[in-house]
Design a protein around this ligand. Structure first.
Ligand code: NAD
Length: 486
């Protein structure tokens, strides 16, 4: 069992009042770590350290120095790859392959890509005509926003946290991160990396704790935090937006989803089944971009349901480092209970359970873990609760459709608007459908294929703003215009 402390002003420190909480493994409930719980004083110390760094050494860094040091951060993450993989597996209980192929490499990439972006992006300039004929030159400069509060979730903890810290630091800000209480380990390890590569004290700070009446609330209400970037549930986003309105702080929100997957009869069948399998069940369905509503064109509906069922029934639950296993638990018992309550609700609302629907049989030593079965339903009405609310578990409902406009209407009939995946060989149709679905990201014949230069974010209740590539600069910098009369 380890002790996980805050990382404030370049030092690992326990909570001022000595409070801590337990982090238990989602796999078997064993105690992994005792984690310091941040109170108002801890948050205040972190914010002041961040402010001092901004006004000190870090603020005086040139852009080239920042770029160099962020490359160093990426390289050090890669050098300590195994430590990050171990820590993220312990926190999430998800299979090693997701860590090694996605979560940890993406964490390193998040520092490199934004170092490249800041180095290469031009600022706008305008030659302006004036009545005297001599003209004026307008040009923009970008300055950091200041101290950025980063509040991050548990489902892909390192990837999602660095997705914000990378651009924030590239742009010259300093940060105070409040990672999810469920996944404190990799954010803490990043503190060691920052010290190792010489990131000045106070640039990167971490305060652990919960949301309401804890570090999350104190950080987002702190008057010296200049902007808040948040990934998590839509209801949490609403609470943070209220906090941000005190002092008119800018927000960037990446929130929940209830994403549709659309499979046309002319699609490459095997690729579509594989793609929907991944989009519904990767990371045990705990992916914001995941597909909980699948629509399949009627001629291939039965065959598709059968093929997906077969794939799902092959999953092997177990420990993340067990190479014979490929399916992890829910992040916590609380989340397990939430997912199981939707499983019960689906049946109550008249669903046919194609497969799953409960808790899997599991070896004795893992019985205490937060396991649920991957589940497929058919037969629900479009207005059923399970079709409307984000479950965030390994489950999907599959419905047949008969025409393009009908399926577009169904896909759009949600308060969310994060992503969608469309499977067809007819490219005209693919482009047409993509343009009509109200989401931030549409994948055609793929899912979760990310180019970090592209705009990422949600429509409707799935988010505010776009991050990625130059779009991140819009949030993490302030543009100032300078007008020179010639
Ligand atoms: P959550 O909203 O419960 O928690 C996220 C973070 O907010 C945690 O660090 C938590 O401690 C903190 N928090 C909670 N209440 C707070 C408050 N009142 N004030 C300040 N901070 C508070 O979300 P979660 O359960 O950790 O993550 C799952 C959710 O995240 C899902 O809805 C998922 O769709 C969403 N998500 C979205 C994206 C995206 O890019 N759109 C990516 C990943 C996850």
């Amino acid at each position: 069992m380890q002790h996980i402390n805050h990382f404030i002003n370049g030092e690992f420190v326990s909570a001022v009042d000595g409070k801590s909480f337990e982090k238990r493994s989602p796999v078997d409930r064993r105690l992994i770590a005792q984690v310091s719980e941040g109170g108002k004083v801890d948050v205040d110390r972190a914010v002041h350290a961040a402010r001092a760094a901004l006004n000190g050494e870090w603020g005086a860094f040139t852009m080239e120095q920042r770029v160099e040091i962020l490359y160093g951060v990426a390289d050090e993450i890669t050098r300590r790859f195994d430590d990050f993989v171990e820590a993220e597996m312990a926190d999430t209980g998800q299979p090693k392959s997701i860590m090694t192929h996605a979560f940890i490499p993406r964490g390193a990439a998040n520092f490199k890509i934004f170092a490249d972006v800041i180095k290469n992006v031009p600022n706008e300039s305008f030659q302006t005509t004036t009545p005297d004929g001599l003209g004026a030159l307008n040009y923009a400069i970008r300055v950091p926003k200041g101290v950025v509060g980063v509040v991050s979730p548990w489902n892909a903890p390192f990837l999602l946290m660095t997705w914000k810290v990378g651009p924030a630091l590239a742009c010259g800000n300093t940060v105070v991160v409040k990672p999810s209480e469920e996944t404190p380990l990799t954010t803490t390890l990043l503190g060691e990396v920052m010290n190792k590569v010489g990131v000045p004290k106070g640039v990167f700070n971490v305060v652990h704790g919960f949301g309401p009446d804890s570090a999350g609330e104190y950080l987002t209400h702190h008057p010296k935090v200049d902007a808040i970037t948040f990934t998590g549930e839509t209801t949490t986003g609403a609470a943070i937006m209220k906090a941000a309105s005190e002092g008119m702080r800018d927000v960037s929100f990446e929130l929940g989803g209830k994403n549709a997957g659309i499979v046309f009869a002319d699609s490459d069948f095997d690729k579509a089944v594989d793609g929907i399998y991944k989009s519904s069940f990767l990371n045990s369905g705990q992916v914001c971009l995941g597909t909980e509503r699948v629509y399949v064109e009627r001629p291939i509906f039965d065959k598709f349901v059968e093929a997906l069922k077969k794939k799902v029934e092959k999953v092997r639950h177990g420990r993340p480092d067990d190479e014979n296993c490929n399916f992890g638990p829910m992040i916590s018992h609380e989340h397990q209970a939430k997912v199981l309550s939707y499983y019960a609700k689906a049946v109550e609302e008249g669903a046919t359970v194609v497969t799953g629907g409960g808790v899997p049989s599991i070896p004795e030593e893992l019985k205490e873990g937060a396991w649920v079965e991957p589940t497929i339903w058919t037969g629900l009405a479009e207005d059923a609760t399970v079709m409307k609310e984000e479950i965030f578990g390994p489950c999907c409902h599959i419905a047949p459709f008969d025409d393009e406009q009908q399926v577009i209407n169904w896909a759009n009939d949600t308060e969310y608007g994060l992503s969608t995946t469309v499977w067809t060989r007819d490219l005209s149709r693919a482009h047409r459908v993509a343009a009509k679905i109200n989401v931030g990201i549409t994948w055609i014949n793929s899912w979760f294929l990310r180019d970090l230069r592209t705009a990422f974010g949600g429509s409707k209740q799935s988010g505010i703003g776009r991050e990625g590539g130059v779009h991140s600069l819009e949030f993490y910098t302030e543009t100032r215009n300078v007008c020179v009369k010639l």
